[in-house]
Design a protein around this ligand. Structure first.
Ligand SMILES: Nc1nnc(-c2c[nH]c3ncc(-c4c[nH]c5ccccc45)cc23)o1
Length: 333
């Protein structure tokens, strides 16, 4: 398409609805990157007038909103740019007027797909990182989202080691509430793992919906393998169709990682000797051997239900939310 057609299609920055944002995102993700070289100004759609405050009809990066390398909550490591998400670097952003601190994920045009935005724009829940707006600037999509300033569970594990059971219970309940909501809309996240759970002072939220799908049938037949190997369920690895229960198994793997400081399998099958875990996950019984030795009996039974090999017998998020393991009697706390 002609560059001038592109400029017409996106008239600078506007406050808009989710529908406006999704049509902007779909237009841009269908654009050839060549058509973009003619856009010197930011273009995009802002959903949140309270946090993202435009000035003179514009919303300029490093003027109206400042981007910073993220100061890790723990000892600062590396560039301060937090680990790449599925396809993007995440910065800390702060609106110059509202002073609201946000996460800003930069995705190159080549790697951008509408799914990254679609689910966060259309579905709202307190345990899903809220989307505040989308800008295209300097060949990158800038996603402005709710920021988990406590960092991700992975950063916490790498900095502070294995988590105590009461901390694991707190994170697990929030993740299950987010999954219960997503699964009620037939959405499979497809990448539940410690780096995709971020922490705030009062809650934990799920991030990175770049691999998410919304099922139209009872079962989702994948065209490709989606997710991160060590957290994948046996039925997903088999590639003969799976459903939302795949996320529940990944949560079980995530809990084992939170308890021990390592994902399942890797201690028994070192990464140096095993480039891939797919065959192990397919052949072996679920990794209950990797459960922490000091794991409580109730949490052990929770994990058995969450990592049941047969997805039909595996508990759902709603069922697990009622488990005693995550609803300990008061005197235990
Ligand atoms: N892949 C991805 N897609 N969306 C996000 C995201 C949305 N809001 C966020 N808030 C915090 C962090 C974050 C991750 N690791 C961290 C380490 C230190 C501090 C913060 C973080 C990431 C996000 O991440």
């Amino acid at each position: 398409s002609e560059p001038n057609e592109y400029v017409k299609a996106a008239d600078g920055i506007q406050y808009g609805s989710v529908t406006d944002l999704l049509s902007f995102v779909n237009r841009v993700s269908n654009m050839q990157s060549a058509a973009l070289k003619h856009t010197s100004e930011e273009v995009g759609v802002l959903l949140n007038k309270k946090y993202m405050i435009m000035k003179n009809g514009r919303y300029q990066i490093n003027m109206d909103v400042l981007l910073f390398p993220w100061k890790l909550t723990y000892k600062n490591r590396g560039s301060g740019l937090i680990p790449k998400g599925s396809f993007g670097k995440v910065h800390l952003a702060q609106d110059a007027v509202s002073r609201k601190r946000m996460a800003c994920k930069l995705i190159s045009m080549e790697n951008f797909n509408a799914a990254d935005v679609e689910f966060q724009a259309r579905f709202h829940h307190e345990n899903i990182a809220e989307l505040y707006g989308v800008l295209l600037y300097d060949h990158s999509i800038h996603l402005f989202m709710e920021a988990g300033e406590g960092g991700s569970v992975l950063e916490k594990l790498e900095s502070c080691g294995p988590m105590r059971e009461f901390e694991i219970i707190w994170v697990t309940k929030q993740v299950l509430r987010g999954l219960e909501y997503l699964h009620s809309h037939n959405i499979i996240h497809h990448d539940i793992k410690p780096s995709n759970i971020v922490l705030m002072s009062d809650k934990a939220v799920l991030v990175d919906f770049g691999l998410s799908v919304q099922m139209t049938e009872e079962i989702y037949i994948p065209r490709d393998l989606r997710g991160t190997e060590m957290y994948m369920s046996p039925e997903l690895v088999l590639c003969r169709g799976h459903n939302t229960k795949a996320d529940i198994y990944s949560l079980g793997s995530t809990i084992i990682h939170m308890q021990t400081g390592s994902p399942p399998w890797v201690r028994r099958y070192p990464r140096t000797a095993y480039p891939s875990y797919l065959y192990i996950i397919h052949k072996q019984a679920p990794p209950l051997e990797d459960i922490a030795e000091d794991c409580s009996l109730t949490m052990r039974s929770f994990l058995k239900r969450a990592m049941e090999r047969n997805p039909a017998q595996r508990s759902s998020a709603s069922e697990l939310l009622k488990e005693e393991a995550i609803n300990p009697p008061r005197e235990d706390q």
